[in-house]
Design a protein. Structure first.
Length: 423
């Protein structure tokens, strides 16, 4: 007879965490507010699996929200971090690993003629926006409803991710004067793009693979139209590839769709599970940054040797032949069956996947919001009970890794068949 899994120790830690942290967490979606219940505390992770502090095992489709494309505790990454740590954890001087990681990123992203490493995706987008404003001497920026670009003030306007989960599209504490300079438009709305006064726009920022309100695909021609309008008007195009970079292809959406950004932001995968972000692009723009130019940006731990080491090991693994082919084949096996089993409106691009529980076609934030989030929550818990950990929110995506085996996928699909019956 199967034992009901115990969550005793997680429950105990949760009560303690609530004393220490607002809402018990250090990042909101971890609190399971989107699905209810108590989050589990992870003891360790390896490959495709997580083990919680009570010894329960899960097939993990969150992957630390994107970075773990090789799976958890990949031996090369662990070794690289250990070796780097022996040489000291931070120097505050240039170090050789920064150069190696820059080479690996630039090989994959030819549009990034120069690059700067930071410590998170939020820092990358925040700094890229400041740079775009400094370069163009314009204040206004354009973003899209439901796209998440981290939690900098100017970007927390109609943002996705936690904002979507908690239905607080605009954060308290963002001065109206800041938000006024952020123009937002619905995704995939070609006509709306023509209503913008492009000559006052410093930059348009977009997730080329929108993956923070669930997964939404851009209509063919949408990015091209943005590219054209921005180029004609002197606005910069910032492609936020914090999720899509090294995920949907080695060279991200830019490789997949054949489009060039003026500035690109990266994070997640390029840090191999350590805190890293990066922004980069045209050399004439990047040279506006301090110390060569007037746009200030700095970081005590930027280019951190441990983080660079984890990133290098990860990107070197991803440079091997047919890595993305293998990931795509695995993802196809999962995705094709998943669609039949889970139904709803299922979307997949490469190793990213998502199911909206709605009959509507999901093309933007408004249609994503038609999803039955209560049904998602039930499905989430039914899967979790069966040892499969999906994102604890309808408005996040699933991440498949190279460590997921055919057996993992079969197990996942068997769980999904059972879970759907409980809905
Ligand atoms: C995760 C994410 C960010 C923010 O990165 P953090 O490292 O969480 O600050 C920015 N943009 C996109 C598209 C993201 O998915």
């Amino acid at each position: 007879m199967e034992m009901t899994p115990s969550h005793q120790y997680s429950e105990k830690l949760w009560q303690e965490a609530l004393q220490h942290f607002p809402g018990g967490v250090n990042s909101p979606v971890r609190a399971f507010r989107g699905v209810g219940g108590t989050p589990f505390f992870t003891q360790r992770a390896k490959g495709s699996r997580l083990w919680d502090v009570d010894g329960n095992e899960y097939i993990d489709y969150v992957g630390s929200w994107g970075p773990m494309i090789l799976g958890h505790a990949h031996p090369q990454v662990v070794r690289a971090v250990q070796e780097a740590a022996r040489d000291g954890t931070s120097f505050g001087t240039p170090n050789p690993r920064e150069i190696r990681l820059a080479q690996l990123v630039r090989e994959a992203f030819p549009s990034m003629q120069k690059i700067r490493f930071v410590n998170s995706g939020t820092e990358a987008t925040m700094s890229a926006i400041r740079l775009a404003r400094g370069f163009t001497k314009r204040d206004k920026i354009l973003k899209f409803e439901g796209c998440y670009h981290g939690h900098a003030d100017a970007l927390l306007v109609k943002a996705g991710s936690g904002g979507a989960t908690f239905d607080v599209p605009d954060s308290a504490g963002v001065p109206a004067d800041f938000a006024r300079n952020t123009v937002t438009l619905p995704l995939n709305d070609f006509a709306a793009l023509d209503t913008v006064n492009w000559r006052e726009i410093a930059c348009v920022i977009i997730e080329p693979v929108p993956a923070n309100m669930g997964l939404i695909l851009l209509k063919p021609g949408f990015l091209e139209k943005l590219r054209k309008l921005s180029r004609e008007s002197g606005a910069l195009l910032i492609l936020d590839e914090v999720i899509s970079g090294f995920r949907v292809a080695r060279g991200g959406a830019q490789e997949l769709f054949g489009i060039q950004a003026d500035l690109t932001t990266l994070g997640k995968i390029i840090g191999g599970g350590l805190p890293v972000g990066a922004f980069g692009g045209r050399a004439d723009i990047m040279d506006m940054l301090a110390p060569t130019g007037p746009v200030y940006q700095a970081g005590t731990l930027s280019g951190n040797p441990l983080a660079m080491a984890a990133g290098i090991a990860t990107l070197e693994e991803l440079s091997k032949s047919d890595v993305y082919g293998k990931l795509e084949r695995r993802a196809t096996n999962l995705g094709d069956e998943w669609k039949k089993v889970v139904k709803g409106h299922s979307v997949r691009l490469g190793s990213l996947f998502c199911t909206f529980f709605t009959d509507r076609e999901v093309v933007d934030y408004a249609s994503a919001k038609t999803s039955d989030t209560k049904r998602y929550a039930k499905f989430f818990h039914a899967m979790l009970e069966r040892g499969v950990y999906l994102a604890p929110s309808q408005f996040e995506v699933g991440f498949l890794s190279l460590a997921h085996t055919e057996t993992d996928i079969e197990e996942t699909l068997r769980a999904a068949v059972e879970a759907v019956k409980t809905l």
